[in-house]
Structure formats: structure tokens, C-alpha cells
Design a binder for this molecule. Structure first.
Ligand code: F6P
Length: 527
């Protein structure tokens, strides 16, 4: 396996970038090539992706595909899917795909389906238990973001008379306002933690248990359940109902496991199985489609093209569906915790950039906040639009407005507007003190700014499953080419260790041996 920058394809891409990439104008490319939309449109399960409004053409794709081949992307993918320990720094396999395979298929099928069946039967029993009005998931990172995002996306399937809540922050301002609204004997707490050691989750779990007892709550066994790989620690906490999973499921890849319990309660077992089936359909596409037609692969290659050749530092995600409001936050962990790495598998520092910053808000809200910068700022930020054809609400007119906005934004980013065009228009709020030529400069748009648009038929359990799996495999693809370990997260450890060292000082006020800044701040916070 070769790291991307050591390949002949990388050198060829560099040449291609200098000759065609740097100056590529997609408006000219559309004028030249009537088949551009067709040749840069990709079909995958549940997702159509239009890549034609990007700074590349089929020649660029050929170079990128050569890079994938030379980096043995398919062999790397197959090793992961077979269950080889590709997470080398933790000595673990990476098998979230096994969680959504049908019974009898792939590694660990028997144990996966045993827990899944139990978990789903339990979820349905909670869902139909009218004595439970509120379910609170206490977890953070992968034990929060995925389930929270999917519960929101599939809100249409939520049971009547039962509310799902998510508490993640160590900040008591997260838990306290929620507890004030709850009735202890009508509430179920799910303590979700792969390790059952995470500071935030354990602190909130203890606070919730103390509150439960103080409210005259009885039957901890009925009102607290755990989803974890650390069944022993959950038992020590006093929890008797635990749904387990395995160390080969990474935290940010765990919504398909028992960590998905809040999803299963929110949408029911049938829909949870449909979510898994959607993801499995995308897994098969990733495993079987030829590289040139493999959507996660092509998206991962586009990410490499933008990060390493164009030098773009971020990507903005704009889901034009309010149900996907938490998708950008979920993707931040998926992509930045996976690929925010600076050494390769051998520990050597990388001479090229890795994960971009991923950020965004649902459309149209983002348009009225930061889209100004996307259209006229000094940085080029590739944008990813997600359009959903069929709404779940009855207001057809509003949905048309939403879709028109989505299409208009990618069009505006691409087309731009010259100062000459701006000069020909009457500015609605033009000041008499500004020269028309000056104003035209302010009102012009460079255009040629890249975007990808995904189209989904509807937001369903199956399509949401496929969409998330698409993102997972895309992150795998860029990580594999970069030669990094996309499945560890050592970067979060130093802060955790220093926090543990500082914690007693918050009580003692001692600043001995601290750097001057931390000492000064600690003093302000404690004296
Ligand atoms: O601190 C990072 C992290 O380890 C994430 O990778 C993980 O999703 C999160 O913390 C929560 O971990 P756990 O599920 O073990 O509580």
C-alpha cells in the first residue's frame, strides 16, 4: 500500500493541476461539454449526486482514480470489510458495516443479531409503554451526535405522547433545565457510553440518578438502562438492563449498534431495521461498484483534490431539510475526529494537509448568516447541498421555495456576476455618494465557486441510513489515500489528562507550577 504523495499518479495530478486545475472555469466547461451534467452525475442507493458544479472534469477524475488504484484503495477497503485490524494504533478491527448486514451475512452476524433483536424488542416495549412519557439519552460524542441527528431526521415516526431528550454536556445547564420538566417515575434514562468511563457522561448519569432518588423515584432497574461495551461498569452503577456492543465499533460509527437505542425507541423496530438496510445498501455499493461509479470513492477523491491540490481548508454542508439540522455537527465528529491526523500509519509526519474543517447549517438559514462569505469572501469553500424531493409537511408552496433557494445558491456560486453586469442593474439601495463603478465592484460575484448537490427522494429511515453510510465511506476513502489511521482519536487525550490534573486545583486554588496564563485564569475563576 502506498501513501498518496509517493505515487506516480500524485505527480501526474500535480502536473494536471498546474496545466488545467488551477485555472479551471466550470462555466467554460459547461459551454464546451453538453454532456457534463450526465458524466458527472452519480447514482448510489437513495442518493443522486451532481458533481458537475465542481472544479474538475472527467480527465481529472481519471487521474484521481489512478491515484486510488495506486494506493490500493480497494484492497484497503476489503481489509476493513473482512475485519482485519486496520485500526493499528488500538489493534482493533473496524466493523460498523457488520452491524447492518442481514442475518447470517459477514463477520460477527450471530452476536450482532442477537443483541439487535433484544434491543429492538426492548425499544418497542418502551415505545408502547404509556407510563413512560420521557426518554433521556445521556451520552457524548458518538454516543450522542449520531442518535440525536437521526432522531431529529426521522421525527415523523416519533411515538405520540413520548419525548426523546439528549443530554451531553458536563455543563449542568444542559441537564438541569430538562430535569425541572420531568417526572421521575415517568422517565427512562439511557446511559450511553462505549467505555462507560467518559467524565461528562458519568457525571450526568450520577446527577440524574441522585435526582431520580430525590424525587422519590423507585425501581432504578426500570428507569435506567445502559448501552455500552463495558457491561461490568454498568452493573457497578446499578444498571441491570444493558445492551452491549464490541470494541470493533468506533464511537463515531456506533449509531447502528445498541447506541442506536434512542433511535429505535423514536422510530420503532421496523424503521430501525430499514435504517440498517439503507446503510447496508450503501455498503454494498461501496464494496461492489467499480471505482469510477462508486459515489463514496468519487467524493473522497474530490476531497483529496480540493484539500491537497486546490488547498481549500474547509467544506460547508447545507442540508435543505430542517430534519437534517444536526447533520453538520454529526459530520464534524465523523470527519474531523477520523481524519484530523498529522502522521501516517508508520508515525511519519505528513507533508500534505488532511481533514478540512466541516461546518454548516440547514438551508435556508445559512443563507441569511454566512453565505455572504461563500459568495464574495476571499476564501473558496466548496459547499455540499442536500435537496429532498418530497417533503413531510403539507405546504407544497413552501417546499418549492425551499428547493428554488437550494438550486439558486449553487447556481449563484457557479455563475457569479461581473462588475459590468452589476453596472447595468439599478441598485435598490444605492447611495448618491458612491460612484456607480465602485458600487458595481461591491455588487459583483467572482463565481466559479464549487458545490455538490445530493438529491434524495424523501427523508426515510432507508434513505437516512444510506446517506450516513455514504459519508462514512467517503471519509474512509480520503483517509486511506492519505495513509492515516481514520479510526483512532489520540488527539482528545491530552486535554482529558490535563483536565484531571487541574480539577483538584479548582477546589484548592493552587497555581503552583502552572504556566502564567493558566495560573492567572485559575485565580480569576477561584478567588
Ligand atoms: O473523547 C472522544 C470520544 O472518545 C469519542 O470518540 C467518543 O465518541 C466519545 O468520546 C464518547 O465516548 P464514550 O462513548 O466511551 O462515552
Amino acid at each position: 500500500m502506498k501513501r498518496c504523495d509517493t505515487t506516480a499518479a500524485w505527480a501526474a495530478l500535480k502536473g494536471h493541476f498546474e496545466a488545467h486545475g488551477r485555472s479551471f472555469d466550470m462555466r467554460e466547461a459547461f459551454a464546451r461539454d453538453a454532456g457534463r451534467f450526465a458524466s458527472l452525475g452519480f447514482e448510489a442507493p437513495e442518493v443522486f449526486a451532481d458533481l458537475s458544479k465542481n472544479l474538475l472534469d472527467t480527465a481529472t477524475l481519471h487521474f484521481l482514480l489512478d491515484l486510488a488504484r495506486e494506493c490500493d484503495l480497494e484492497a484497503q477497503r476489503d481489509a476493513m470489510l473482512r475485519g482485519e485490524p486496520v485500526n493499528t494504533t488500538e489493534g482493533r478491527a473496524v466493523l460498523h458495516t457488520a452491524l447492518r448486514a442481514p442475518p447470517g451475512v459477514g463477520p460477527h452476524a450471530a452476536e450482532v443479531h442477537a443483541v439487535l433483536d433484544d434491543m429492538l424488542a426492548y425499544a418497542d416495549s418502551v415505545r408502547s409503554d404509556w407510563t413512560l412519557t420521557d426518554v433521556v439519552n445521556i451520552g457524548i460524542g458518538g454516543s450522542d451526535l449520531g442518535p440525536q441527528m437521526v432522531v431529529r431526521a426521522l421525527d415523523a415516526h416519533a411515538p405520540a405522547g413520548q419525548r426523546l431528550h439528549f443530554v451531553s454536556n458536563i455543563d449542568g445547564h444542559d441537564l438541569q433545565p430538562l430535569l425541572q420538566r420531568l417526572d421521575a417515575n415517568k422517565t427512562l434514562f439511557i446511559i450511553a457510553s462505549k467505555t462507560f468511563k467518559t467524565q461528562e457522561t458519568m457525571a450526568n448519569a450520577h446527577a440524574a440518578r441522585d435526582w431520580f432518588m430525590s424525587q422519590g423515584g423507585h425501581a432504578i432497574a426500570k428507569h435506567f438502562v445502559a448501552t455500552t461495551t463495558n457491561v461490568q461498569a454498568a452493573a457497578e452503577f446499578g444498571i441491570t438492563t444493558t445492551f452491549g456492543f464490541w470494541d470493533w465499533v468506533g464511537g463515531r460509527y456506533s449509531l447502528w449498534s445498541a447506541i442506536g437505542l434512542p433511535i429505535a425507541i423514536a422510530v420503532g423496530s421496523e424503521n430501525f431495521r430499514a435504517l440498517l438496510a439503507g446503510a447496508h445498501a450503501m455498503d454494498r455499493h461501496f464494496a461492489e461498484a467499480p471505482l469510477a461509479k462508486n459515489l463514496p470513492v468519487v467524493l473522497g477523491l474530490l476531497d483529496v483534490w480540493y484539500r491537497n491540490f486546490h488547498g481549500f481548508t474547509s467544506r460547508s454542508v447545507a442540508p435543505y431539510h430542517q430534519g437534517l439540522a444536526r447533520l453538520p455537527a454529526y459530520l464534524q465528529q465523523l470527519e474531523m475526529e477520523s481524519n484530523g491526523k498529522r502522521v501516517d500509519l508508520s508515525g511519519a509526519p505528513l507533508p500534505f494537509a488532511t481533514s478540512p474543517v466541516v461546518w454548516g447549517e440547514p438551508g435556508t438559514n445559512g443563507q441569511h448568516a454566512y453565505f455572504q462569505m461563500l459568495h464574495q469572501g476571499t476564501d473558496v469553500v466548496p459547499v455540499e447541498f442536500i435537496a429532498v424531493k418530497t417533503p413531510g409537511h403539507p405546504w407544497a408552496g413552501q417546499h418549492k421555495m425551499l428547493l428554488a433557494n437550494c438550486l439558486a445558491q449553487s447556481q449563484a456560486l457557479m455563475l457569479g456576476k461581473t462588475a459590468e453586469q452589476a453596472l447595468d442593474e439599478t441598485a435598490p439601495t444605492a447611495s448618491p455618494d458612491i460612484a456607480p463603478e465602485v458600487l458595481a465592484q461591491h455588487r459583483s460575484f467572482p463565481g466559479n465557486r464549487p458545490s455538490t448537490t445530493f438529491v434524495l427522494q424523501a427523508l426515510t429511515p432507508h434513505s437516512v441510513g444510506a446517506l450516513i453510510a455514504l459519508y462514512e465511506h467517503r471519509v474512509f476513502t480520503s483517509g486511506a489515500l492519505w495513509g492515516i489511521n481514520s479510526f483512532d482519536q489520540w488527539g482528545v487525550e491530552l486535554g482529558k489528562a490535563l483536565c484531571n490534573q487541574l480539577l483538584p486545583r479548582l477546589s484548592s486554588g493552587s497555581t503552583e507550577g502552572l504556566d502564567a496564563s493558566t495560573a492567572g485564569l485559575l485565580q480569576r475563576l477561584t478567588s
